[in-house]
Design a binder for this molecule. Structure first.
Ligand code: CTP
Ligand code: CA
Length: 232
């Protein structure tokens, strides 16, 4: 993470960050998951801590060292992530949902390992939707002026651009800031470098071209610091 000349603009603030990707179990040994490494969320936690914040980091299946001076909680499923985020973020100044929660989970959890059948057939797995954690957090803010940040990995199509989809998502999620990654080439996951745009509900848009995840993290912190109300 790039040092920013000892700026302590988040001193006295509590920032809660989620990172990683959730897993939804099918049976005791198998799950549905995604490719999120947790690098971006961990970089934000480190950046916020370096700027003086008290940071709680909720990691879902992340294998990265705990950032110094950060309280780290570990979860696995979207439901566990939801519960951890709701309790950790009560009264927080800012919440950053950098995690990639699985959108669906199996309708049934098999208690024993699913076995292959000899006739070559495969099981059909019914899925149900998971709760939308970000929407729940933004609809139930627990502090005046609480700044809520979402992430979106989007691809454009023939009808709408990445930024068109992102603006719609920012509105739908009720967030103050949305960090948008263009994943059309599949180049973001697990990489140190990232290209991002940080959109604000106030119409702001900050480009972070070919920046490291540490630089993206500091731009997110800049935007959080800009939006936070003056502390009492
Ligand atoms: N998110 C969440 N809970 C979910 C799914 C997503 O809190 N169940 C959060 C993510 O952490 C991210 C933001 O919502 O900050 C946007 O995630 P994304 O997957 O882009 O949004 P979805 O609403 O799941 O839309 P899509 O159908 O495009 O996946
Ligand atoms: Ca999703």
């Amino acid at each position: 993470v790039i040092a920013r000349g000892g700026v302590r603009d988040l001193a006295g603030r509590h920032v809660v960050v989620s990172a990683g990707g959730t897993r939804e179990y099918l049976d005791p040994v198998r799950f549905l998951g995604n490719r999120s490494s947790g690098l971006q969320g961990y970089a934000i936690a480190r950046a916020a801590a370096s700027r003086g914040a008290e940071v709680t980091l909720v990691g879902a299946n992340v294998s990265l060292p705990d950032p110094a001076g950060v309280k780290v909680l570990s979860v696995s499923t979207t439901s566990e992530l939801r519960d951890a985020m709701i309790s950790a973020s009560a009264g927080a100044d800012a919440i950053v949902m950098a995690a990639a929660p699985a959108d669906f989970r199996p309708l049934h959890l098999f208690e024993a390992k699913i076995k292959k059948s000899s006739d070559g057939s495969a099981p059909v797995i019914d899925l149900m939707q998971n709760p939308d954690i970000l929407l729940e957090l933004s609809s139930n803010r627990t502090k005046d002026g609480q700044v809520i940040v979402g992430f979106a990995a989007e691809t454009g199509d023939a009808h709408f651009s990445v930024l068109d989809y992102a603006r719609k998502k920012l509105d739908r999620k009720g967030v103050d800031l949305l960090v948008v990654n263009d994943v059309s080439d599949g180049k973001v996951f697990g990489k140190a470098d990232n290209e991002a745009v940080v959109l604000g509900r106030d119409g702001s848009s900050v480009d972070v071209p070919r920046a490291s995840k540490g630089e993206v993290a500091h731009v997110v912190c800049d935007e959080i610091a800009r939006l936070l109300p003056l502390s009492e």
